[in-house]
Design a protein. Sequence first.
Length: 109
Amino acid sequence: MTPVLFVIAAGLGAAGRELVGRFVCTWQALLVVNTIGAGMLGMVVAAADRGDLSADTVTVVGIGFCGALTTFSSFALETQRLGWRWGSFYAAVTLGCACGAASIGTTLL
């Protein structure tokens, strides 16, 4: 059953990323979804460490949903498209927001 749930969760994550992209322009949408996904993944990891989530749930939610919601390939392409100066700034802001969100996510539980 986990593979089916994984595919459904990944589809929902990708659809969520697309939905945000329709309302916010490209680099801002990626910043939003990567930050949200990192925060959610932090909460999933913290819950798994406490024993509140099974390995199957971590696979479905953490890897399936959060992995499809966030996207490294689009982040890399957008960073390159923005050029050296703005791309470097965008990469630093994205990494800072994602790390901060993951840290907050792990401390919320």
